[in-house]
Design a protein around this ligand. Structure first.
Ligand SMILES: NC(=O)c1ccc[n+]([C@@H]2O[C@H](COP(=O)([O-])OP(=O)(O)OC[C@H]3O[C@@H](n4cnc5c(N)ncnc54)[C@H](O)[C@@H]3O)[C@@H](O)[C@H]2O)c1
Length: 336
């Protein structure tokens, strides 16, 4: 059935791929995005989508965006985990107030289907691995706190019979259209951008942090498949790869594909970095028939082909800090 779907953050990395897939499946799509940090606003944005240049924290923009809409994918966020420690106010404004605002207007319009992109960051430091969905949510940084908080808001309004939330918790997604000029997040685009500039990857700590890096198509399909599956309503689900790579292995593979000699550089660790973190996807397999299809090396090759077309980019360092003392030296000195 063709539906009109609002995608907040639809001009961003994950959002733009979700928009493509929803349009491919015959839906009409409206995007609400403020193009935060994006140089060429419409790069990678599907031309068939209606675009609202607006802000999820502004009630009138949300009221305009939800008009005549059947379902919402709320993907907009300031999604920088490490950085959130020293910009707690900004982080809360976008990720909590923005989410609560779009949720409020969804409820006022009687829109039930509400997909929310949560994160493995909501779990915090794992007690057990792999992390299953019933693992306690003990986030270790303000970004993770916001994801947990919005999951709670969604549960509350679901219990009040006002919304049907579909909550996806994913982790370390990579692929074409991920911003390469953001020095605060996305180890893969940062390493690729450094290599494109002829500079070695910079690793925080010993590089033995392990992550299940997930190629973009492996999260987009399940996000588009899940709406309408009653058993997934208010039932958060882990989505992603199960192949765990260390950051050292990742840096070597990228340097190898890009023919870069030598070894990566190491700098002191960041205080909130979790050493090993990956999820159990049994629930997604069972309820969605989900299985990740793209291996990390395959995904890296696809991403690198796109990145080479873009060319090297200047890193865009923030000049705005709320707690500057907590900022890592590589950001203060702009040496990433
Ligand atoms: N990339 C990952 O590995 C990952 C992992 C887990 C969860 N997530 C979640 O997935 C979502 C998308 O992440 P992404 O990697 O595509 O990030 P992204 O930064 O590429 O996309 C976010 C989009 O939201 C928009 N946005 C930001 N503030 C806004 C505001 N106030 N009003 C309207 N639009 C606003 C941005 O302009 C951008 O287009 C986020 O909710 C993020 O927390 C991402």
């Amino acid at each position: 059935m063709k539906r009109k779907i609002l995608v907040t953050g639809g001009a961003g990395f994950i959002g733009s791929h979700v928009v493509d897939e929803l349009i491919k499946r015959g839906n009409e799509v409206v995007i609400l995005d403020n193009f935060f940090g994006k140089k060429n606003k419409l790069d990678g944005v599907n031309k068939q989508a209606e675009i609202i240049d607006g802000d999820v924290t502004k009630r009138e923009d949300c009221q305009h965006a939800v008009k005549d809409v059947d379902a919402i994918y709320h993907i907009a966020a300031h999604a920088a985990e490490g950085q959130s420690v020293y910009i707690p106010i900004f982080n809360a404004k976008i990720n909590i107030m923005g989410s609560v605002t779009i949720l409020t207007e969804a409820i006022n319009r009687g829109i039930r289907d509400f997909v929310f992109t949560s994160s493995i960051a909501a779990y915090g430091k794992p007690n057990t691995l792999p992390i299953t969905e019933d693992h306690p949510l003990n986030p270790e940084d303000p970004y993770g706190v916001t994801k947990k908080t919005i999951e709670d808001y969604l549960r509350v309004y679901h219990e009040l019979d006002r919304i049907d939330p579909y909550i996806v918790r994913f982790f370390n997604v990579f692929g074409p259209r991920q911003r390469m000029n953001d020095p605060y997040r996305g180890v893969i685009p940062i390493f690729i951008n450094r290599c494109l500039k002829g500079e070695k990857p910079v690793i925080f700590g010993d590089g033995e942090q392990g992550r299940a890096f997930t190629y973009i198509s492996d999260i987009v399909e399940p996000m588009c498949d899940m709406v309408g599956k009653r058993e997934l309503i208010n039932n958060p689900i882990n989505i992603g790869n199960t192949d765990v790579w260390t950051v050292n292995k990742l840096a070597k593979e990228i340097m190898n594909i890009m023919d870069m000699p030598g070894e990566p550089e190491h700098v002191p660790a960041r205080p909130t970095d979790v050493v090993l973190c990956y999820s159990d996807i049994t629930k997604a397999k069972k309820l969605l028939g989900y299985r990740p299809r793209v291996s990390i090396p395959e995904g890296l090759k696809l991403t690198l082909a796109w990145a080479k077309e873009q060319g090297p980019q200047e890193f865009d360092y923030m000049t705005y800090f709320e707690i500057p003392k907590l900022s890592h030296n590589v950001y203060k000195e702009k040496t990433i």
